[in-house]
Design a protein around this ligand. Sequence first.
Ligand code: FUB
Length: 346
Amino acid sequence: MPEDSIEHIDFSELNRRAISQPLVKHIYTADPSAHVFNGKIYIYPSHDIDAGDAFDDLGSHFAMEDYHVLSMDSPADEATDHGPALHIKDVPWASKQMWAPDAAEKNGTYYLFFPAKDHDGIFRIGVATGNSPTGPFTPQPQAIKNSFSIDPAVFKDEDGSYYMYFGGIWGGQLQRWRTGSFNAAEEKSPVAHLPADDEPALCAKVARLTNDLLEFAEAPKDVMILDENGKPLLQGNNDRRFFEASWMHKYNGKYYFSYSTGDTHYICYAIADNPYGPFTYQGRILEPVVGWTSHHSICEFNDKWYLFYHDSGLSEGVTHLRSVKVTELTYDAAGKIHTINPYRSK
Ligand code: FUB
């Protein structure tokens, strides 16, 4: 929901109408990546703080410095905050802005994947490992080779392959990599370097990971999203095109790629028969939340599906002080996801 409409909101009334409440209230958390490990739900969120940086269209106000892991025995239970799991001061290659992370498990090792700006101000994606889902995590000394942009989401397929989906436009810098190398020209506007409105939209990226999950096993490929006529979504189709917040889940053998549309504030999804796509646009999962950003994950627990998401209700609309929430997600008989409105009408 855009900032300028926030001043008219009665937050006590809006928070009463919210379909779910923050999982924790003692810290601000956002961008929840949820996984079930050993029968328990673990949530890997951003840890929002007010670092004093002014709001701008490149997200400078998202100046996060560390990660906490949350866990829940079930979506109905209280969430536990396991405390700091990784701090930016311990990541040699990173300088600032620890944005949306994700996690994976392989052979008893837990991997935390996270974006941050390097010492040249370029977003890269790093990995840190630990022997517990709650950390602490020890970072690799360098970011993943040839990584760029933000919002890693790591998906384990049924054949044991792991894929990383990632990318984000505007402050996430994806548009600055259009030629294959970083465009270092001064960024006067978040839309500089983007395709024109009548050109195919910039795509999220996907790369299979190496067996040790520490590097890309291949050059990242485009996650192409097609419309109902088989044509790529256009950059000007702001209600549908990819902006940031990639997530992948599999349902009834189909690959569901979901993402945020950023400046139009929707969580949408597209379906394919394989992890690389092309994907066909299906519709909306989540209508706009209070706060500029929307970011989610989808996970199955005890034969039900859940949407983890965030809003800025607790902070009364402060864009960079968000709270993670969870609600059930349902499908129709054809596998279409029922669209969720995060606030009841009364
Ligand atoms: O939390 C910082 C950024 O805001 C994330 O990386 C984006 O997805 C958006 O939620």
